[in-house]
Design a protein around this ligand. Sequence first.
Ligand SMILES: Nc1ncnc2c1ncn2[C@@H]1O[C@H](COP(=O)(O)OP(=O)(O)OP(=O)(O)O)[C@@H](O)[C@H]1O
Length: 356
Amino acid sequence: MSIELSAIEYRYRDATALAGIDLAIESGELLALLGPSGCGKTTLLRTIAGLEFPDRGRVRFEGRDVTALSARKRHVGFVFQHYALFNHLTVFENVAFGLRVRGWFRRPRRAELERAVSELLELVQLGEFARRYPAQLSGGQRQRVALARALAVEPQILLLDEPFGALDARVRADLRRWLRGLHDRIHVTSVFVTHDQEEAFELADRIAVMNKGRIEQIADPETLYTHPANPFVCRFLGEVNELPAALHARWTGIDDERVVAFVRPHDLEFSAGEGGARVEQVRDLGANMRVEVRHPALAQPLVAVWERSRFARSGLAPGRSVAVSAQRQVLFRGDAPVDAAERAGNALRDILVTHG
Ligand SMILES: Nc1ncnc2c1ncn2[C@@H]1O[C@H](COP(=O)(O)OP(=O)(O)OP(=O)(O)O)[C@@H](O)[C@H]1O
């Protein structure tokens, strides 16, 4: 089932949580809402669920206006960060709960209910845990029970609010792979909230990056990473070096002091030689090496993260003078990306100047 949000605004008494959200989610899509703390992710999710009602704007499911409908009538499944399971009920009964409380005319018969719950427990790989109580499960297992419970009522839409937020990094990584696999099988339109960029990238078909109650950009992970719409999105998607024109003009061909080059640590190049910069620190990260270079024109050190073999080949060591360049960069003039045509034009001009 598709979801369309148009011009959604929501104010708490002293805070604007949503400042005009337009968003179209396709049927069967897995969309992540990604953004810093307080940007409005949870409020937006609750607005889709029917747990909050917007001050302005409309919510539509498959074209039907559901803005005024309560959560019960919207038929969505919800999984929260804290697995809100019933501790006095077994895993089986927790999952069966949603089916038992249905109106009598939709309530399944006993055999049917047992079959449905068993199937769901198999789906979340907890078949053998049916008779256990939540206290006898790990955090990751409890979260899978919560998911099975949300799926029991066959929701048209599944909403997940930081579903793995309370779990440690290893379990989180396992669970998100598992959730992606599950989604590929059942294709229920899903929206999940996270402030973890890696999680959003690994799980989602598309990501909406939010900031201060607005969507800064919505795109698939690849586009978001290679063509961020503005510096906020670029900075939010992981560590990045920001180089003023004085430093990058030599290799980008754009000599405009308003243009800043954003370079990811693995795209930064340091080559031995006089370039005004000096290696300050080298740190061993295990699989990678982190090289920090100080340039007199910059307040912050430039950071490169390279694989060990690449670092070994470079022959760099603390104290060495280096020249700086980049394999890839994204250029912004103020808040706007510098487009490829302008860059190509400049490169051409460089060639003409050199060879002309
Ligand atoms: N019940 C409330 N009363 C007043 N202000 C609220 C309430 N809930 C949230 N807010 C404010 O609304 C804004 C958006 O909050 P929201 O919880 O949607 O953000 P979020 O992106 O989900 O944050 P987090 O990642 O920290 O959970 C924030 O500025 C927050 O302080």
